[in-house]
Design a binder for this molecule. Structure first.
Ligand SMILES: Nc1ncnc2c1ncn2[C@@H]1O[C@H](COP(=O)(O)OP(=O)(O)OP(=O)(O)O)[C@@H](O)[C@H]1O
Ligand SMILES: O=P(O)(O)OC[C@H]1O[C@H](OP(=O)(O)OP(=O)(O)O)[C@H](O)[C@@H]1O
Length: 229
């Protein structure tokens, strides 16, 4: 079986991934019609390109349906429990940098840190009779981070996009989301809590540890690993 590499199917992550492989003598390109998700690999034998949503790449690696895959560290850590036993980090690729942060409205002048958030959450519950809501799609990472910092009196509400808008829409009081330039937070009058982010993420090339991968062409895999080393 050829070696299958999963790559994000569109946008900057795809373009930068293609550039990264090109710098190592491997040409990846989309083929077919403009909207057709088919691709090809040149410059190395026995390697196939699989174009996928970045958020589905962790699951495909875990299942062993792809042997290698490029996606953000954030998505692998969020979607795979005990991720080091499921995938191996082959290379951090030096692009797609983003921080997973927790943010609250600018106007919450008494809330600058996680300790402040904890106090505000207790007061919020006493005032409103329900727990302060934090909108996010990163449930596992945010829950672990808040537990590690002793924040308990909150609830997560799911938001799969436009998360910074949930406060304006009155469906959450705080958000936990990825930021890179900070523009979306500023535009929505939100400020990041002080301290380390929940996670610093970047685009990373992962290899699957799944037994299903054992069928991959060993020669092609060795040649590919050597090229990427
Ligand atoms: N503003 C940003 N700057 C840098 N990296 C970002 C930014 N937003 C998201 N990312 C990163 O890009 C990766 C893909 O995120 P995204 O949520 O867009 O993927 P997706 O849900 O698979 O997209 P789609 O389903 O639309 O194909 C994640 O690892 C994330 O950290
Ligand atoms: O710090 P910034 O540079 O402003 O980037 C941050 C934004 O980028 C991502 O959203 P995306 O554009 O992927 O849309 P989404 O909200 O639908 O996920 C992320 O969820 C933030 O909303």
């Amino acid at each position: 079986m050829s070696v299958k590499i999963g790559v994000p199917s569109k946008g900057r992550l795809m373009d930068k991934t293609f550039e990264w492989f090109a710098e190592r003598g491997i040409t990846m390109k989309r083929t077919g019609a403009e909207r057709e998700y088919s691709g090809a690999v040149e410059g190395i034998e026995g390697v196939d390109l699989v174009l996928l949503s970045a958020s589905e790449i962790p699951r495909e690696l875990a299942a062993g349906r792809i042997h290698m895959g490029v996606t953000g560290t954030d998505l692998v850590r969020e979607k795979l429990g005990d991720w080091p036993s499921v995938v191996e980090v082959v290379a951090e690729m030096g692009f797609g940098h983003a921080d997973l942060i927790i943010a609250v409205p600018d106007c919450w002048v008494d809330v600058e840190t996680l300790d402040d958030l904890d106090a505000a959450a207790a007061a919020f519950r006493a005032d409103h009779g329900f727990r302060l809501r934090i909108a996010t799609k990163y449930h596992r990472l945010v829950r672990d981070h808040l537990r590690a910092h002793g924040v308990a009196d909150y609830q997560l509400v799911d938001s799969q996009g436009a998360t910074e808008g949930t406060i304006r829409n009155l469906t959450a009081e705080a958000v936990a989301d990825i930021t890179s330039t900070g523009e979306t937070l500023r535009a929505n009058h939100l400020k990041i809590l002080e301290g380390e982010p929940v996670l610093r993420s970047q685009a990373t090339l992962f290899a699957s540890r799944s037994a299903l991968c054992e069928g991959a062409d060993a020669e092609a895999l060795t040649a590919l690993r050597a090229r990427l080393a």
